[in-house]
Structures are given as C-alpha cells and as structure tokens.
Design a protein around this ligand. Structure first.
Ligand code: HEM
Length: 441
C-alpha cells in the first residue's frame, strides 16, 4: 500500500511558499520535528521530499547512489556557468573526472600550499588596525580570494589583478544566477545577463591563457592548475581537455570559495561571543606554536582547534542543503517516491536534531570527543556530504581553515558590534543574513 508523505498543508495554490520565504531554515527544522524524518513540502506546484533520517540519507548518497542524480533544476541553474564539471556530471564522466582530479586534492598535495597560505594571511593581518570596523564576510572573502589565486594558479604578480577581476566578476555572476528566482535564457539582453556574459568571457580568457602558458612549460608549478594539467586517467590514458579544465576550475571555485569564507566567518563570530572558548583556543595555539608559524605538523597538535571547526560546521554547515532526484520510482523510508521528484537533504536540519546532539543549538566544541564521534550514525553529521560525491575539497577546506585560524587567533581579537540581528540565511551558502560587523580590539 502507498502512503501519502506527510507535510504541512499550506495554501492551496502557493503551498508552503510563505513559510519558506519567512524563514526557510526554521521551516525545514519544524517540518521534520512535526511530520517526521520523511516529509513533503510544497512551493507552488513543486513538491519536494525532505529526508532527515541518517539511514535514508545513506541509502540515497551511498547504498543506492547510482539511482539518484543531482536535480535537473540545479543543473539548469549551474551548467551555463560551470559547464561540465564535477557538480553537473553524472555516471562514467563523473567517475573519470574524480579519478583524474583526486590526486590534486590529496592532503599531501594540499600541504604544499601551507607556506603561501600563511604568507597571504600575514599580509592580510598587517592591514588590520586596532579600532577598525570589519564587515566580516567581505573581509574574509578578500583573504580567501588571495589564497585561491595562489593555490589554484600561483599567478605571477603581473597576472594577479587580471585573475582577481575575473574571479570577482565570476563570483558576482554566480551569486546573481543562484539568487535569481527564474534563470532567464542567456541570450536575453538583460542587465543580469550582461554581467553574466561579461563574467564568462573574462574568466575564460584568463583561464585559457594560463592553461596555454602552462602547456608550454609543463611541471613548473605545483598548484591546482598544474595538478589538473599533469594528471591523467590510468584506466584509459585520458587527460582533461582545456575546456574540461576550464569547467573544473570554475566548478572548484564555485564550490570552494564561498563555503570556506562563510565557515571562517561563523567561526570568528562564535569565538567572539564565547570568550571562554576563544581563550582556550588561544592558549592551545600559542602553547603549541611557541612563537613559530603554524605548519601541517603543528596543526596536528591542536585537537581543540579541530573541535571548534567541527562544531561550527555542525551549527553552520555552509552547504546547508543539497538535492537529488531518483531516475526511477523508488521506495525510501517506507514511502514511494516517483522518478524526477526532488529530494532535499539538509545537514543543517539533521545536525541540529536533539536525537543526536544534546542542546543542539548550543556551541559546545568539547562534545566532539573521539568516543562521541564513534557512536554517531554516519549521516547524523555530514557537512561535506558523502558517497561518490563527497566534497573533493574537504582536505583543502579543513587545512586552510585550521591554518588561517592558527595564524590569526594569536594576533587578532575581534568583538561583535552591538545592535545587530545575526542569523543565518538560506542563500547559496549559509551566510549571515545581514552580515556581521566586528571591531578589531
Ligand atoms: C567548509 C567548506 C566546504 C563545505 C562545507 C563543502 C561542502 C560540500 C558538500 C556538502 C558537497 C556535496 C554536495 C552534494 O552531494 O550534492 C560538496 C561537493 C563539492 N565540493 Fe565542497 N565544501 C567545502 C569546500 C570546498 C572546497 C575548498 C572545494 C575546492 C577547493 C570544494 C569542492 C567541491 C566540489 C568540486 C564538489 C562536487 C563534488 C562532486 O560532485 O563530485 N568544496 N562540498
């Protein structure tokens, strides 16, 4: 017998659109609480199934992953900017690109970037002055952009500005595209499309120029671009073409830049409003480093730093929602779901569930003991997703965040300016809705 998936009734025509617009995150949390771990929500005529049971999520992302694709709406939204990259590819081509790209993302490779990341961070720190007001997210974004330029391209100084402009324009276009309620065809002469097309032309010009340069002198740079150019798929001796490399660079930038920026911003905010946590972290970092700069080795001696990062990613998982659709009718958690139906999977919802986390809305880094982690179901905590599409940038993100914090915390004290309403917004990533203004102490 087929049961109807439960969910809030909402308006006959609009469905739950009003509640979603008002506070999407809270709406999803409340829906799971009130209707159970398989629920249905409705935006106008579109119905989405929200999965919040770790076993069902494992089923979709791992056990029967071959039956679930990224949704057509996500691909329609992103393909014009990202082309055929990891986020939009499926099946054999997805597997082949992952095989080719994986080595460039291994921890050993990522650690090569340590020195340049520390140098960039110190240069950023030099520009801070006591009493200065920081608009936190754009300030962190500036630092991250410098790191991306170095680690992706190690662009020569003369090229840095061109690369920066290309990436900034591209980031703006991504933002516009993701926020636009209905993505318009690219040929329509709207202001929106003008920015988009300009971003694509600028990015393509820069990236193809860098690729051509590198093909002339292979093996000279140990950055991500060098990695993508050098690797080939041992199974069929294929390398990535220039167009595929361009698409993967755009994809990695899309997936990595804002997520890492947002996560770091939330960490600074949480530390500022939890002085005992900040003090404990400060003590761990300064005692371990004893005046020297952080290295991949010294980061391993900072367990509390890792706990702070994990707990922040629990409360504020930058990729707070992702989607899939079954390629055929399937049964999930006792319900029949038809082919093409959108499934929502939200780390934000599951990671704030009292079923797995005591005092789920509190910032308590100490909860992440090895024993606690061992008993957690695999998909009760999954800020980087799982299965064949698990975040390829996870080592890069965790290393960068830890390194930046270990460099900055001993020298940068921030306080939150009063009279701000600070809450996460359900945007492309989980950004602070109104930004966060901070003062350098
Ligand atoms: C804290 C920062 C980050 C978070 C929370 C995060 C989270 C995620 C999640 C949840 C997914 C899986 C989405 C899905 O299954 O549909 C994902 C995929 C991906 N991430 Fe990340 N990510 C972060 C940083 C990065 C960085 C730094 C990079 C690259 C340098 C990156 C590159 C990617 C790529 C290319 C994918 C697509 C993988 C595929 O479909 O095969 N991410 N990320």
């Amino acid at each position: 017998m087929t049961h109807r998936i439960p969910g809030p009734a909402g308006h006959p025509l609009m469905g739950n659109l009003n509640a979603m617009r008002h506070d999407f995150l809270q709406f999803l949390v409340t829906t799971t609480r009130d209707y159970g771990t398989v629920s249905q929500v409705r935006a106008g005529p579109s119905r989405m199934v929200l999965l919040a049971n770790p076993e069902d999520i494992a089923d979709v992302l791992v056990k029967r992953a071959e039956l679930f694709y990224k949704t057509r709406s996500t691909k329609t939204l992103l393909a014009p900017l990202l082309g055929d990259g990891l986020v939009t590819l499926e099946n054999d081509r997805h597997r082949q690109h992952r095989r080719i790209m994986q080595p460039a993302f291994h921890m050993r490779q990522v650690q090569h970037y340590t020195d340049s990341m520390v140098t960039q961070t110190q240069a950023w720190l030099q520009q801070r002055t006591p009493g200065e007001t920081l608009d936190l997210v754009p300030a962190v974004a500036t630092l991250m952009l410098n790191i991306v330029i170095e680690t992706f391209f190690s662009a020569a100084l003369a090229e840095t500005d061109t690369v920066r402009t290309a990436l900034q324009t591209f980031s703006k276009a991504l933002d516009l595209r993701v926020r636009s309620p209905i993505p318009l065809p690219r040929w329509l002469p709207t202001e929106h499309n003008r920015i988009l097309n300009h971003a694509m032309t600028t990015l393509d010009k820069v990236v193809y120029h860098l690729i051509a340069d590198r093909r002339q002198q292979p093996g000279t740079h140990y950055d991500l671009l060098g990695g993508l150019l050098a690797e080939h798929d041992a199974e069929n001796e294929q390398s990535l073409t220039d167009k595929e490399i361009r698409d993967e660079i755009a994809t990695i930038f899309f997936a990595g830049y804002e997520t890492t920026t947002t996560t770091l911003s939330w960490i600074f905010y949480l530390l500022a409003i939890h002085p005992p946590v900040r003090q404990k972290l400060h003590a761990e970092i300064t005692q371990t480093l004893n005046g020297s700069v952080p290295t991949a080795e010294s980061l391993k001696q900072m367990p509390f730093l890792q706990q702070v990062i994990k707990e922040t990613l629990r409360l504020y998982p930058a990729a707070w929602l992702f989607d899939r659709e079954p390629t055929q009718e399937v049964s999930i958690g006792g319900y029949e779901v038809r082919a093409g139906q959108t499934l929502f999977i939200s780390p934000y919802v599951v990671q704030r569930s009292p079923a797995y986390f005591d005092m789920p809305d509190e910032f308590l880094p100490e909860r992440f003991t090895p024993e606690f982690e061992k008993q957690l179901p695999r998909f009760a905590y999954f800020p980087f997703g799982g299965g064949s599409r698990i975040c390829i940038g996870q080592p890069f993100a965790l290393h960068t965040i830890a390194l930046l914090l270990a460099t900055l915390i001993p020298q940068l004290d921030l306080e939150v300016l009063p009279n701000q309403v600070i809450r996460p917004a359900a945007a492309a990533t989980l950004v602070p809705a109104n930004g966060i203004l901070m003062r350098v102490v």
